[in-house]
Write a protein that binds this ligand. Sequence first.
Ligand code: FES
Length: 143
Amino acid sequence: MYTEKVMDYFMNPRNMGEIEDASAVGLVGNAKCGDIMKMFLDIDDETGIIRNAKFKTFGCGAAVATSSISTEMIIGKTIHEALAVTNASVTEALDGLPPLKVHCSVLAEEAIRSALWDYAQKKGITIEGLEEPKTTDHHNHDV
Ligand code: FES
């Protein structure tokens, strides 16, 4: 049912945890299952390059795998490049997900966008192509 890659990222998640003094934090929830994802980014203000990314999730195995691989897909990338990471590209990077689990990959995409939105708010900048996430709530949850 799950690809080897999904199993690998679930069993050995890369970049799980928190970044202290992160430049940005994103928090999103999945309405379908109630799972939560938190994404921490360390961004170089000069170059806009994402130096580091970590995640924490109260989510299923597919949520762990998709968010883990999504952190790898954005580290070393610019903010703009990170916006190109979608649930489809994350799912593809994992060699696919069972149809019932595709919504879990949406959590990864939304967590990145939520964190980038947080960054834009903190810096007072506009990031082209990024709209305010509907589910952002940075202050009232502690995952
Ligand atoms: Fe909730 Fe996968 S079932 S994120």
